[in-house]
Each structure stands twice: as structure tokens, then as C-alpha cells.
Design a protein around this ligand. Sequence first.
Ligand code: BEZ
Length: 189
Amino acid sequence: MTLDTQSLNKDRQDLSKLDEIWLFGYGSLIYKVDFRFIRSEKAHILGYERRFWQGSHDHRGIPEKPGRVLTLVEAEGVRCGGIAFQVSHDVFDHLDHREKNGYLRYETVLHLDSGREVKGLVYTADADNDAYLGEASIAELAHQIYECTGPSGPNREYVYDLAAALRANGEIDEHVFAIERALLVMENT
Ligand code: BEZ
């Protein structure tokens, strides 16, 4: 599949049919909120977990030396906590461009902390996209992240900013926190 998913996302959903448009953020959308939203609240989705398995050629790395960023992978019996944003359809021009490196918008059910269940959208990068890097050990992930930087800054800042945002929301994510710990050890040696 093409690396640039911007044009694919444009026609994926008919947003005009929705009474409310909700977007689930689980990664950079949690700590880099550079889009307008109507309201937000904590939420989770079921059956997926965060993994640093997607390559970043345009934000946290460069084509010759891609960094690592998040995607969601399916896993039974798990929940992934994040933030649900109620948005207007016009934010997607910006977000589809920002997340064009392999991410597609999918529909999913968001469980809002207020108790409501709403249909929403989530960006995920599947294993068949050209930027996908796949599974690696925590040590390998941390080494690659430590070494990489791109137009949006050092790859490690993505991990630190995300970990801080998750903690601020009361979310525990051992995958993210283990990479953060490994990076901090490298910073201090
Ligand atoms: C998110 O924070 O939801 C997100 C992560 C990676 C790509 C696009 C969105």
C-alpha cells in the first residue's frame, strides 16, 4: 500500500451522515492537540493495544533513518485508554496530512468515561503499509528511538511527551513506560 495515505483517507467515511463526529486519540493526538475540537473526555477502546511498530519517515525520523511511532495492534481482552475528541469534519484535512505516513482512519466504538458509547474514528497503521516496521524487543525499540530524529524533533521526545500525558490521564501502559525507562538509562550512561 502507498506510503502517503492522505488521499485514501479523504473518501473513507461519509462524515456528513454522522450527528456527532468523535475521534479517538491514543498517541500523539493526546499530547499534540493542534486541531480544534468541540469537547474532549477520557475514553477507551477494546481489543487493541499501543505498540511502537510503525516507522516514521516524516516526523520523528527521515527516510534513510526512520524513527518509531505508535500504532494499534489487536489483542484479546485488552483495553487501550486515551482521549475522545468531538470534532467537526473540517479537522480531517489537517489530520490526514499530519498522519499521512501509513495511517488509515477506521470506525470503532469509543467507551467514554461518562458512560456513553459512541461511534468514532481512530487512525491506525496496518502491517501492510510501506512504513510499517513491526515487532521488536523493548531494547531494540529504545535504541532505534534514541538514535532517531526528524522534522518534528527527537524521537525520544515523542515517548517522553506521551508517557507524561498518559500519566496525567491516569493511564498505565507498560509498553510505553518500559521504553521510557530504557531511554532514560541511555540518557544517563
Ligand atoms: C493518535 O494519537 O491517535 C494517533 C497516533 C498515531 C497516528 C495518528 C493518530
